[in-house]
Design a protein. Sequence first.
Length: 129
Amino acid sequence: MEHTFPVRVYYEDTDMAGIVFYANYLKYIERARSDWVRGKGVHQAELKENDGLVFAVRRIEADYLAPARFDEELIVETRAITVTGARLVMEQIVRRDSDLLFQAVVTLVCINEAGQPARLPANIRLMLH
């Protein structure tokens, strides 16, 4: 994987069964994506301010494979699969040691301030490859 991001499971992340509530995996992978983009040199606040562009999640295909529990240390791994003019497709997985817990394919699109699809600037596309 291209990028790793550590996550610790806090009590607030768990449900009544003591396992990570399913929606929290989406939060974990969102944080990891933001960290991955920042690490590539893309500053999303500047992209919005200078170009009026933001990333939006278009689609997520997710598989929940095994539970995580309170106080466990997890790793979110992120890699780009495809980068086009207006779309970024990424694979993200969550592991506990060598155990695969969650995997997702996430499609992001670039939109303008009006919420319309927009092309990602060429320099940004190059940074995300």
